[in-house]
Ligand binder design. Structure first.
Ligand SMILES: Cc1cc2nc3c(=O)[nH]c(=O)nc-3n(C[C@H](O)[C@H](O)[C@H](O)COP(=O)(O)OP(=O)(O)OC[C@H]3O[C@@H](n4cnc5c(N)ncnc54)[C@H](O)[C@@H]3O)c2cc1C
Length: 642
């Protein structure tokens, strides 16, 4: 056996250096202990919204590639050393190089945590229930075994809290189990759309397809020993708070009937996008052929040679329409609002060998790459979604937003240069980021330009037994596919939830769901939501990040109860209301709240009930530890039996 790294010849290193980016220079500077790699003239500029080169010109890129190649050779020739463990406090210059400028002090703890700087799993609970309160019973029911329920179960197990996960499906994965439509994939890069405590160096794609994600969540549930605690094929239909015993009575529907569980706390991890939405169109039940929603894809229906109507063109539609277009004899796409397309040439591409090599071999590159994505695609993008007072342009809300618009408009104009008739239909009038963007590698234009495809923008009047009728005429169809999204603002439905003094949650909400930090609701003690109201993001970021933060907060609440000897906590209404006012005011200053365009972010009352309007850092800051003063702390008057 030769020295470590001797098998990596210059050709391998040269091919890998082609994929140089700022995080690679950061990782190499640490591996070699050489800060000179963090050259000022090669600082990225993350203030330019959605610039794939992060401000690097071709000359800068070439210089960075040469620098990385030389560094890789040095690293190999030194026997591929791992970087010494650097105290997180000393990482600041490396962080500031990677993000292209100074980072506020209050941001650093989060960035260290994202880098795994304070230990391999810095978000893990730091307590054990048995140590805090050896004689106390604390049982938790987690509803849902999607991404959020799994992280909750994992953390509860780490804290030694007795729990059970109730899942209506027969498998884990939630979104990634139910959405099996062709082309389904994540549109947040996988190094970020993955658990912070379960990173992978070998994602096959930058944006993995559904099967890869489902496999990831299955493997995580096996690896973390979650499966034995899940009751599959069981649905929670009701939960009722018992004031005296400070417990929840959870009613389950199982294959063999109804059952009740008594627990001290309930965690609803039921997702925002779990109940398909079918539009209220006259005659929807009259269609004689097969019809289905994208999240209930009927794989028994062969679309080859059929006349297919697709209603809706949002994130799911944009993924499967290009594939269906290749199979169908004729495809009519019914569009209500066009999408902004975010150019993403690598959207469906496998990660090239050179880049994979870097992930597999260069120490800490994986973490720095994830960290870079976290910073540049999330908080660095938020300013482009903020409304600038006095900015007078119907197509944008600020100079940064106008810049993003110009970039994406140029992409659309280029894609549809030969089809001005289509360009007119696909160019959004509304500002970018008012709706979620669709990632595009050219397949959308490719599909719409096919001779067998028609993009229909006339309003639908009704569904008939033989197809779809619009104000302009009738489209004959053999199959109708609804890409019409989910009942996103119907949080926690259809579960009947009864809290203190017999209050019904859905009557309390009246269709306008709110929660403190998206997690706790006044009058409903020891009930926690994950991916709850106002914890969705638009410009970017990953829901996994939110769920990890919310789970840590939930564990913090349980810790507080166990440590201080209380049985329940109920968020103060004044705290909840003041928080929601802040969120609403901020959402009105974000393009998705300020602009009048139809989106799933607003509920039936027109309030943005889905989205988080602040930075990711702000959510982290607010959820690190619960503040006991924000809660009414309660004692049971009668201890539950058993
Ligand atoms: C097509 C699609 C693409 C997406 N792409 C992205 C993306 O690129 N990036 C991103 O960040 N997010 C994306 N999302 C959002 C996605 O939903 C979240 O990222 C994440 O999967 C949510 O996980 P969850 O566990 O909170 O909810 P879900 O995955 O929806 O899981 C909820 C679980 O709860 C179960 N459940 C619900 N009600 C009950 C009940 N009463 N009793 C028992 N079980 C119940 C469900 O069966 C399900 O298993 C996408 C969503 C969709 C639909």
């Amino acid at each position: 056996m030769g020295t470590p790294g001797s098998e990596f010849d210059d050709e391998v290193l040269r091919a890998a250096a082609e994929f140089t980016d700022a995080p690679l220079l950061a990782a190499l500077s640490l591996a070699l202990g050489d800060p000179s790699l963090l050259r000022d003239d090669l600082r990225p500029d993350l203030t330019i919204p959605i610039d794939p080169m992060a401000g690097w010109t071709p000359d800068m890129l070439a210089a960075a590639q040469q620098l990385a190649f030389d560094a890789l050779r040095r690293w190999r020739d030194a026997g591929c050393p791992s970087p010494p463990v650097v105290p997180v406090g000393q990482l600041r210059p490396v962080i500031e190089y990677t993000v292209g400028g100074p980072v506020p002090d209050d941001y650093l703890p989060l960035l260290y945590e994202e880098l795994g700087g304070e230990g391999d799993d810095p978000r893990a609970p730091r307590f054990r229930a048995g140590d805090l309160a050896p004689d106390r019973r604390m049982r938790v029911a987690v509803v849902g075994a999607g991404m959020s329920g799994l992280v909750a179960a994992h953390r509860l197990a780490q804290a030694g809290v007795e729990h059970v996960v109730i899942e209506k499906n027969d498998d884990v994965g939630g979104t990634w189990l139910e959405n099996s439509y062709p082309g389904c994939r994540v549109d947040v890069s996988n190094h970020f759309y993955s658990y912070s405590f379960a990173q992978k160096a070998d994602w096959p794609n930058y944006f993995s397809p559904r099967d890869v994600l489902l496999d990831y969540f299955r493997r995580c549930s096996e690896e973390f020993g979650i499966l034995p605690n899940i009751r599959f094929g069981t649905e929670v239909v009701a939960a009722t708070w018992d004031e005296e015993s400070a417990t929840w009575d959870v009613e389950l529907r199982t294959a063999s009937g109804s059952e009740h569980l008594k627990v001290e706390a309930v965690v609803f991890a039921v997702g925002q996008l779990n109940r398909p939405h079918l539009p209220e169109i006259e005659g929807i039940d009259s269609f004689a052929g097969p019809s289905f929603h994208s999240a209930r894809w009927d794989h028994d229906v062969d679309l080859a040679g059929k006349r297919v109507a697709v209603i809706g063109n949002g994130a799911s539609g944009a993924q499967f329409i290009p594939i269906v277009a290749e199979q169908a004899a004729a495809l009519a796409v019914f569009q209500r609002t066009p999408n902004w397309l975010l150019p993403a040439p690598d959207y469906q591409a496998p990660i090239p060998e050179g880049k994979l090599w870097l992930f597999r071999h260069v120490p800490s590159y994986n973490q720095w790459y994830r960290f870079w994505l976290f910073y540049r695609t999330a908080d660095a993008l938020l300013p482009a979604a903020e409304v600038m007072d006095g900015w007078d342009d119907p197509g944008s809300v600020s100079p940064a937003n106008a810049l993003a618009r110009a970039y994406m408009q140029a992409h659309l104009e280029e894609q549809f240069a030969d089809r001005p008739d289509l360009l007119e239909k696909v160019l959004p009038a509304y500002p970018p980021f008012a709706k979620r963007m669709v990632f595009d590698n050219g397949s959308w234009a490719g599909a719409l330009k096919r001779p067998n495809v028609e993009l229909v923008t006339d309003p639908i009047v009704r569904i008939t037994p033989t197809g779809v009728e619009t104000s302009a005429g009738h489209f004959d169809a053999d199959v109708i596919v609804y890409a019409t999204g989910f009942l996103a603002s119907h949080f926690l439905e259809p579960v009947r939830i009864t809290g203190r003094a017999g209050a019904d949650l859905h009557e309390t909400w009246k269709g306008d769901a709110r929660a403190y930090l998206g997690i706790t609701i006044p009058g409903f003690p020891n009930l926690f939501c994950l991916y709850g109201p106002n914890t969705n993001i638009v410009v970017n970021g990953s829901i996994i990040y939110f769920s990890e933060c919310a789970v840590r907060y939930m564990l913090g609440c349980l810790e507080l109860l166990l440590r201080d000897g209380y049985d329940a906590l109920d968020v103060r209404k004044s705290v909840h209301d003041a928080y929601n006012e802040d969120v609403d005011a901020a959402n009105r200053q974000r393009v998705w709240g300020a602009v009048d365009v139809h989106s799933w972010y607003k509920n039936a009352l027109g309030r943005v009930s889905q989205n988080w309007p602040f930075t990711l850092q702000e959510y982290w800051r607010r959820t690190v530890t619960p503040d006991p003063d924000e809660y009414e702390l309660l004692h049971a008057t009668r201890r539950p039996a058993g």
